[in-house]
Design a protein around this ligand. Structure first.
Ligand code: NIG
Ligand code: FE
Length: 412
């Protein structure tokens, strides 16, 4: 069994058992983590851990050590580029207007439908690797660009295949994202078909852990989403909702009613929706790269805090509204544009993100029993994660692969 110790001048545990009012992140100075096999065996000061470590190999990192980051909202299994649409939007065209004219999500649908399954898998593998290089060791991956059973399956099968090389890709069937042209504008019939035919087949094939729906003005209605998402629950799948990106149509209340794992975006949400979310334990997934791209006002963060809604920060990586693969960029914008504290933003991209994926007992914190996933940063302090933008501050990543640990060790 692999046994090693990582020491660092600043270890950010994100462990609630270590958190205090003054230190929400549970920081250990001159800290260390003992890993046995794939699992964290002990966390403490370097002195405490050296007593337990025996002859374990020691990696002395001279910067910041955090848990591997968790990106809880991405559309990573896509192909194609939407640069033409981006230029139109920067020249004043609206996102909803472009979608209504058959562009936007449907243009990526055309690219995904045209792609070979292996090409889609390879593209996802490369994207996951680049995300990994930014410190991310767990990635939620939504489908939603196939818009028919065969092509949604093709996306989800790409996630399953890419998971062989990249552990911890969490597949979400984004069942209601946009209407394909062959649906002839009939959202009710499309939602019926998804609920009765496609969803049960995807659940039986075990291709998804969550089901998502885009509930908004110009997208799907609360009723259409309720039909699909309640079926998902009956089939034993978790539920997530794209809610209130453009208008408050009651999506947050629906997420609460269904006991969703998360309601995401929430630029437009009222107190009632937030209270319902807090009471039902639905996390808010904040996507500041998308609202930046779309030149939107931030979500009501203070109202979320007052209501007691737990905050997650994710990249929303997609070719339309969030053209990035960098969760650290989303963390930086959550602080810069949304006014989150550094601690809120980091917890939102680690522990809270893991909890929103049902993985709180697997990843998202440095505490005994969790998986040995780490990001080792070339930075002196966690506050530095949010202000050298557009750089690559991660020195190394350790994820659940012993062989990979050895490769990295030779570089340190
Ligand atoms: O989270 N708004 C809906 N879905 C995505 C955008 C997808 C796209 O434009 O391709 C989002 O912003
Ligand atoms: Fe999204």
């Amino acid at each position: 069994m692999t046994r090693f110790v990582i020491t660092a001048p600043r270890v950010i545990t994100c462990d609630p058992a270590r958190a205090t009012e003054a230190d929400a992140l549970g920081v250990i100075e001159q800290g260390a983590v003992l890993v046995e096999g794939d699992t964290i065996a002990a966390v403490g000061t370097a002195v405490e851990i050296s007593d337990r470590a025996g002859d374990a190999q020691v990696m002395a990192h001279d910067g910041l050590l955090t848990p591997g980051l968790v990106d809880a909202h991405t559309h990573a299994p896509f192909t194609g580029s939407r640069h033409i649409e981006y230029a139109l939007r920067m020249a004043g065209a609206g996102y909803e207007e472009i979608a209504a004219a058959g562009g936007g999500i449907v243009s990526t649908m055309r690219a995904v439908r045209a792609a070979e399954a292996t090409a889609l898998t390879h593209e996802l593998e490369w994207r996951a690797k680049r995300m990994h290089d930014h410190g991310v060791t767990t990635i939620e991956c939504k489908s939603g660009y196939g818009l028919d059973l065969a092509n949604e399956r093709k996306q989800l099968e790409a996630v399953a295949r890419a998971s062989i090389a990249w552990p911890r890709l969490v597949p979400t069937y984004l069942a209601l994202h946009a209407l394909p042209p062959e649906a002839n504008g009939d959202g009710d019939a499309y939602a019926e078909r998804v609920a009765r035919e496609w969803l049960p087949e995807i659940a039986t094939a075990k291709l998804a852990r969550f089901v998502d729906a885009y509930v908004d003005r110009g997208a799907f209605t609360v009723e259409q989403a309720r039909l699909v998402l309640s079926r998902a629950k009956e089939l034993g799948l978790g539920v997530r909702v794209h809610a209130g990106q453009f208008a408050d149509v009651g999506a947050a209340e629906l997420a609460a009613e269904l006991g969703a794992a998360s309601a995401d975006h929430l630029e437009h949400v009222g107190e009632r929706g937030l209270e319902a979310m807090a009471a039902a334990g639905v996390r808010a997934v904040l996507l500041p790269v998308a609202s930046f791209t779309l030149k939107q006002e931030p979500p009501p963060i203070d109202a979320m805090r007052r209501a007691g809604v737990r905050l997650v920060v994710a990249s929303d990586a997609n070719p339309g509204t969030a053209p990035t693969e960098s969760l650290p960029l989303a963390i930086a914008l959550a602080v810069r544009s949304y006014g989150l504290t550094v601690a809120e933003a980091l917890l939102g991209a680690t522990r809270e993100a893991a909890a929103s994926l049902g993985l709180e007992h697997v990843c998202g914190a440095l505490r005994p029993g969790l998986s040995g996933d780490f990001a080792m940063w070339n930075l002196p302090h966690e506050a530095a994660i949010v202000q050298p933008w557009g750089v690559w501050p991660v020195r190394a990543i350790i994820a659940k692969m012993a062989a990979y640990v050895f490769d990295l060790r030779s570089e340190l």
